[in-house]
Ligand binder design. Structure first.
Ligand code: DX5
Ligand code: ZN
Length: 235
């Protein structure tokens, strides 16, 4: 029997979305998730224009920054990401993720984020084709494929985005890039397997971490799922 060809293991990261945590005890939620094995935190910024909901601004990011050393992933669901890169980076955001459907010019956003020394990610809504994202693949740290309509946590995962996750992974692999394919929305123990098998490496998890059960147990279950999914992806 031919020896198995070693496949380099991809780094798989779990990023709890604080939108699903108890805002009255946010610091405790951060501490519990970090102790429970989170790899990063995902902070959902909404402006009431790009999406129908409003969440928080840089002050809250700074408060979270003071509670953890893990990377902070700032998901900018706002019309003018270009205007707000600097305040969110200064507040402690490590990776600034913007939407291609927003009003700012994507190339300009990437350049401005790089000038700040920030990580940068580009995101698409479920109804936006991968072709919009593809031209940025060689310039970003993260391609984010949304698996729910942005605006609210707790929505069901849309399996129809799986081909876009596969396409994003294939594009990054063709480039020899170590950038992440990130998936956001409806990720739980079952859907995490599917997303990982399709090639996602960065998993945003809101309700499946903070709504029901212990945070550490929830993260352990999700870790097992993404590991299983990634194993399926390479065999
Ligand atoms: C939705 C946000 C997501 C959301 C994820 O607009 O971008 O990050 O909080 O929450 P769950 O995992 O519960 O779908
Ligand atoms: Zn998000």
């Amino acid at each position: 029997m031919a020896p198995a060809v070693p496949v380099p293991a991809r780094r798989l990261r779990l990023a709890p979305s604080l939108l699903s945590a108890d805002f009255s005890a946010l610091g405790d939620a951060v501490t519990a998730a970090e102790a429970g094995g989170a790899d990063a935190f995902h902070l959902d910024v909404m402006d009431g224009h790009f999406v129908p909901n409003i969440t928080f601004g840089p002050a809250l990011v700074a408060a979270v920054r003071a509670r953890t050393r893990l990377p902070l992933d700032i998901h900018l669901m706002i019309e003018e990401p270009l205007r707000y890169l600097e305040p969110f980076h200064r507040a402690g955001g490590d990776t600034l993720v913007f939407h291609l459907e927003a009003r700012s010019d994507p190339e300009e956003v990437v350049r401005a984020a790089r000038r700040l020394g920030a990580g940068v990610g580009a995101a698409i809504r479920p109804d936006t084709p991968f072709e919009r994202l593809a031209p940025l693949a060689d310039r970003v740290d993260q391609l984010l494929v949304m698996s729910v309509q942005p605006g609210f946590s707790g929505q069901p995962f849309r399996a129809e985005v799986l081909p876009k996750i596969r396409a994003a992974r294939a594009r990054l692999d063709a480039l020899g890039s170590t950038a992440d394919v990130s998936v956001d929305g409806g990720i739980g123990p079952k859907t995490a397997v599917e997303a990982a098998a399709a090639g996602a490496t960065f998993f945003v998890c809101g309700n499946s971490v903070f709504q029901g059960g212990g945070v550490a147990e929830n993260l352990a279950r999700l870790r097992a799922s993404v590991t299983e999914g990634a194993r399926r992806a390479v065999h």
